[in-house]
Write a protein that binds this ligand. Structure first.
Ligand code: SF4
Length: 346
């Protein structure tokens, strides 16, 4: 049965103040509650320890607090952590923490499952159950931040929306979550350290430009010609490369923010010198940098990772043509936490 209580996180500060005044309590308590909700990022009314038991009881009578709960934590040999969360309606989602010398990055999910069916991806084989709510996306960041502080002695510095789901198909909730994550009244993270990664929805990329978002944008490209890309990523049928190039240039014109092109190298699929040439031609048409990503084979997909030698040759060809390129070695392979591997496996 659906609860008749209001979700406490749907109220803004003014509404919380009104609630306290109406229930005969002090207005300033709203600030305390707001702090617990968005600055400390707790997942229950019970955890608001500087409120009296009576106030907490009153809050619990009026409000519900649907939140993610920690379900499972796995630590990789390379220090990467995969964290499984359970939603209030009993779905699993996953987030990953990737520590490096100069940063700690959290990779978060935006949907439960995914409706797109990228051929190389484990999440794409799952049914899309539903979009995540903004507070569930926020919970991932707040909880991963606490875990990072405990595990590595420092909090998150960067966030990438590269976990389960296509963030631009859940735009309003992703936007609201990022507003909270970046607000000075909340976690106060810099939007320049947040990257939203899309499989490529031209209309939504243009919308990001119109909305002049302050976070960074990455496109999962993975092939620089339409025929090949449509085979790997069926979304390319309705959002071909020309439409994406136009949309990305529009985004740049509106935001002045350079785009990252993500390119997973698959053996004998997109790792030839001809593929590199096509990628160079495409990359020259967009203000961008290219990230070459090492693939972690996902069972049953038939895709394999390109050889080390080919990866280097491919990157060199780009570099020699004046493209800014970085090779990203995959992390957390032993716990299925790498790109495209998130599928709630045990
Ligand atoms: S790669 Fe991303 S968009 Fe494609 S199926 Fe996987 S989760 Fe969905």
């Amino acid at each position: 049965m659906k609860s008749s209580k209001t979700n406490i996180r749907s109220l803004n500060l003014t509404q919380l103040e009104e609630w306290f005044i109406q229930s005969g309590d002090k207005k300033f308590r709203a600030n305390q509650v707001y702090d617990w909700l968005w600055k400390k990022g707790v997942q229950s009314i019970e955890a608001m320890s500087n409120l009296s038991k009576e106030t907490r009881n009153k809050l619990s009578e009026s409000f519900e607090f649907p939140a993610l709960q920690l379900n499972k934590t796995q630590l990789s040999a390379d220090g990467t952590m995969k964290i499984r969360f359970i939603t209030n309606d009993q779905h699993f989602i996953e987030g990953v923490i990737i520590p490096a010398d100069d940063r700690i990055t959290a990779c978060v999910s935006s949907q439960i499952g995914c409706s797109l069916t990228c051929a190389f991806c484990a999440t794409g084989k799952m049914k899309r159950e539903r979009n995540l709510y903004f507070y569930e996306i926020f919970d991932q960041v707040a909880m991963l931040n606490r875990i990072a502080e405990k595990q590595y002695g420092r909090g998150l510095t960067n966030i990438v929306f590269m976990g389960m789901g296509e963030p631009l198909l859940n735009y309003s909730q992703v936007t609201e979550a990022i507003e909270k994550i970046t607000s000075p009244d909340s976690l106060g993270m810099s939007p320049r350290r947040i990257t939203v990664s899309t499989a490529g929805i031209a209309k939504m990329i243009r919308k990001l430009g119109d909305d002049q978002v302050r976070y960074r944008l990455a496109l999962s490209l993975h092939a620089a010609n339409d025929e090949k890309r449509s085979k790997i990523m069926p979304i390319n049928d309705e959002n071909n490369l020309e439409s994406l190039i136009t949309a990305l240039n529009y985004f740049f014109q509106k935001t002045k923010s350079r785009i990252s092109l993500e390119y997973i190298l698959f053996k004998n699929v997109n790792d030839s010198m001809e593929d590199a040439k096509q990628l160079v031609r495409l990359a020259r048409r967009i203000p961008c940098r290219v990230n070459i990503i090492e693939y972690n084979p996902v069972e049953g997909t038939g895709f394999e990772k390109a050889s080390e030698e080919n990866t280097q040759r491919f990157a060199n060809a780009l570099e020699q043509s004046g493209i800014t390129v970085t090779i990203r070695h995959s992390r957390g392979k032993d716990i299925d936490a790498a790109c495209g591997q998130l599928a709630n496996k045990d």
